[in-house]
Design a binder for this molecule. Sequence first.
Ligand code: FE2
Ligand code: FE2
Length: 192
Amino acid sequence: MLCLHSPSNPEWINNAKDNIHSILIDHAHCEKKAAANALHLIQNYPQYPQLVLEMIAIVKEEWEHFEHVYAIILQQNIQLTKDTGDSYAQQLSKNIRKSEDVKLLDLLLVDAIIEARSCERFSILSKCMSIPSYLREFYSTLLASEAGHYLTFVDLAKKFYPDEIVKSRLQQLSAIEAKIVQQLHNQPTIHG
Ligand SMILES: [Fe+2]
Ligand SMILES: [Fe+2]
């Protein structure tokens, strides 16, 4: 389960499977925001070639994911509506410290944890027999990619900070994330 300290509430999938159109709309927005977030890191840390190169790769992959989800949305005649926000990601992001010496560490680790949780949710969707098989296959192809993104963000953090510092902050943030996840209301969104 990568760095995650607790599994998702088993009730989440019950609501998700009954509202798969909402899941797809939210999922499209998640992929779009993941690409935008990688661009944002390039914008703010252009002086680090390793980071810029890794983010170029992530922007491409996340944008491809967005294209795939959007193709499914069009195929299914679903109307893509405006993003209603991701309270899970917003709550977790509040823990990013502002001090410049640790801000990049927290940004990278929060991104890693969001990738890990997305990967867990995609894994749950890929095993849910109540959703169409083409969607189960779609989610099982995505989860390997998101697990790779988790590793990219953790490895990048280790390039800029000592291993022990990365490990201990990842533990702290994962514990905070587990509390946030326990208080979610099983909404039909990727991080609901
Ligand atoms: Fe993605
Ligand atoms: Fe990702």
